[in-house]
Design a protein around this ligand. Structure first.
Ligand code: GTP
Ligand code: PEP
Length: 245
């Protein structure tokens, strides 16, 4: 009789945070009206979740949100919801603590997942990755599994597309917010190197949207963009024709 320990199959749980829709994607407010902006946020979330769920070894996805419409969408595609008590909106915070609510909610959700699913890898992934491909996320996850805490820096080189904790003894310790790449690296997260343009392209501005469109966006985002009324041109971007993306 063999006494060899069977290999442990890696399992991952992905956390995706979305704030209250009425204050989401404010940097796109000069481009889309509130209804179209809300539609785009939900559509990018739908595409991001759909890709992540296709990745082998992803055993769970949790959307961290105070927003009921976001929670409904999450449940409708089989994701869990971790209720984040609404904090004062980032746009009205003047104390430099606008991201405190986000990081506290992600850390609490990560602890909750780790208590419920022993030994699972935990990843905080941006919600606005309409060009994400499952092979990119799978490769990044494999690289993260070398161990500890690691980070995929976004396409601007300043933000964080994804933060991984692939060691149950290492807390996720999220430090999202403007300039978060540097904070994650300075706090010991290992940078993951790979050609993952879709994973790195989080969409906050009209120029980001142009970058994502050039890569190709998922079907929900495509439909939202087709349906949207483009209210202003992207300064410096390709979207100079009002009404056409
Ligand atoms: N659950 C939760 N999610 C948050 C919170 N703050 C930000 N987020 C989400 O975290 C991600 C990055 O946030 P931001 O860049 O601040 O917001 P954004 O809506 O992407 O864009 P802007 O409004 O233009 O800053 C987005 O998916 C947000 O919806 C929060 O307090 N709670
Ligand atoms: C909050 C972040 O993202 P965004 O680029 O959406 O501001 C971040 O990169 O930490």
């Amino acid at each position: 009789m063999s006494t060899a320990t069977p290999p442990v199959t890696p399992r991952a749980h992905v956390l995706v945070a979305v704030k209250e829709l009425h204050v989401a994607k404010t940097r796109l407010s000069g481009v889309f009206d509130v209804a179209d902006r809300t539609g785009l946020v939900l559509s990018m979330l739908r595409d991001t979740l759909s890709v992540v769920r296709d990745v082998d070894s992803v055993v769970g996805v949790t959307v961290v949100t105070p927003d009921p419409a976001v929670a409904r969408l999450a449940r409708s595609v089989g994701a869990h919801v971790y209720a984040d008590p609404a904090t004062p909106s980032a746009e009205v915070r003047t104390d430099g603590q606008g991201e405190h609510g986000l990081n506290a909610a992600l850390a609490a959700a990560a602890d909750h997942v780790r208590r419920s699913e022993q030994g699972v890898d935990v990843i905080a992934l941006q919600a606005d990755l309409p060009s994400l491909r499952s092979d990119e996320f799978g490769e990044a996850l494999a690289a993260a599994r070398i161990g500890g805490r690691s980070v995929v820096v976004d396409h601007h080189g300043t933000g964080t597309a994804a933060l991984f904790s692939c060691d149950p003894s290492v807390p996720l310790d999220p430090r999202f917010g403007p300039g978060s790449a540097q904070r994650h690296l300075e706090s010991g997260a290992r940078p993951l190197h790979g050609h993952w343009p879709g994973l790195r392209t989080d969409v906050d501005t009209a120029d980001d949207l142009d970058t994502a469109r050039a890569l190709g966006v998922g079907p929900a985002t495509r439909a939202a963009l087709d349906a949207a009324t483009h209210i202003a041109a992207s300064p410096g971007g390709n979207s100079s024709v009002t009404g056409a993306w």
